[in-house]
Ligand binder design. Structure first.
Ligand SMILES: C[S@@+](CC[C@H](N)C(=O)[O-])C[C@H]1O[C@@H](n2cnc3c(N)ncnc32)[C@H](O)[C@@H]1O
Length: 265
């Protein structure tokens, strides 16, 4: 279980990650930045002890994409509320030097990178020009000289230099179908980045289990390699991960070994 010290870290990190002072409520259809009030009861329902839930409650900022364009309904792409902040906590604690970020979103991790003294420069690659207008422009004004944003697809963008750390978060939800895409990115960016990390890494264990049992998505050998390597890489930095994440990692390690044995049969 998460202990009191972990919850204090989550509250602190969430408070430091708020973007409302920089990113105003605006729309550029189909994208919109919105403020939403989340109550302590909601956080408590998600399993947060009530005294910490009270500290996490309040106004959060959301980036949503209205659904008329693709017919799927409105999609909340990002928020600066605790549950998203936790997902980026391990990378947040490890980033240094030159940082490459794939997917600007609400600029939560970008802003954290720009605020860190250990980080010298930040490059963001973002596909959508409207997201850059809504979120990227105020961030570039706040961190002139430190932050650069390129409007491009991370699958096509060619690294312009060597980076110490890279973080990719270009997905609206968690699904095993993204794993092979992550492996492609891992392969493409590893030669020019010391460390390559992905959003939802702590969820991968459960995704792998889902894939294995449902047979929905066929994982390539390259994907299993990528997952194994990235898991190993962050193993030391998991202090802020919830207990479930750690258990999944242990399970994955065991399964990964069994998988290797099968692959060699
Ligand atoms: C979930 S948000 C990122 C949230 C971000 N980590 C944060 O801290 O606010 C995903 C972003 O990736 C962008 N995106 C999606 N596909 C992309 C691609 N192929 N290349 C670059 N950006 C992409 C989306 O437009 C969106 O802004």
């Amino acid at each position: 279980m998460f202990g009191p010290a972990d919850w204090v870290s989550v509250v602190e990190l969430t408070q430091q990650s708020r973007v409302a002072d920089l990113i105003t409520e605006r729309e550029r259809f189909p994208w919109a930045v919105k403020r939403v009030n989340l109550s302590a009861v909601e956080f408590a329902e998600w399993g947060v002890p009530y005294n910490y839930a009270e500290q996490l409650a309040g106004e959060s900022t959301f980036l949503k994409k209205c659904g008329f364009e693709d017919g799927f309904g409105d999609v909340h792409w990002m928020t600066d509320a605790a549950h998203e902040v936790i997902q980026q906590a391990v990378f947040d604690s490890r980033m240094y030097g030159s940082v490459l970020i794939g997917g600007l979103g609400l600029g939560v991790i970008t802003r954290r990178a720009c605020m860190k003294q250990e980080v010298d420069r930040v490059k963001v690659v973002e596909l959508d020009e409207d997201v850059i207008r809504l979120v990227g422009e105020p961030l570039m004004q706040a961190f002139p000289g430190k932050l650069q944003i390129d409007c491009a697809d991370v699958h096509e963008w060619i690294p312009d230099r060597h980076y110490d750390c890279a973080w990719f978060d270009i997905w609206p939800d968690v699904h095993p179908r993204y794993l092979n895409e992550m492996a492609d990115l891992y392969q493409a960016y590893s030669p020019s980045c010391n460390m390559v990390d992905f959003w939802m890494l702590t969820e991968l264990g459960s995704l792998l289990e889902e894939c294995r049992t449902s047979g929905d998505v066929e994982l390539t050998l390259k994907t299993w390699d990528m997952v194994g390597m990235t898991f190993k890489q962050v193993w030391e930095g998991l202090d802020l991960c919830h207990e479930r994440g750690k258990k999944l990692l242990h399970n994955f390690m065991a399964k990964g070994l069994r998988f290797e044995e099968q692959a060699h049969d």
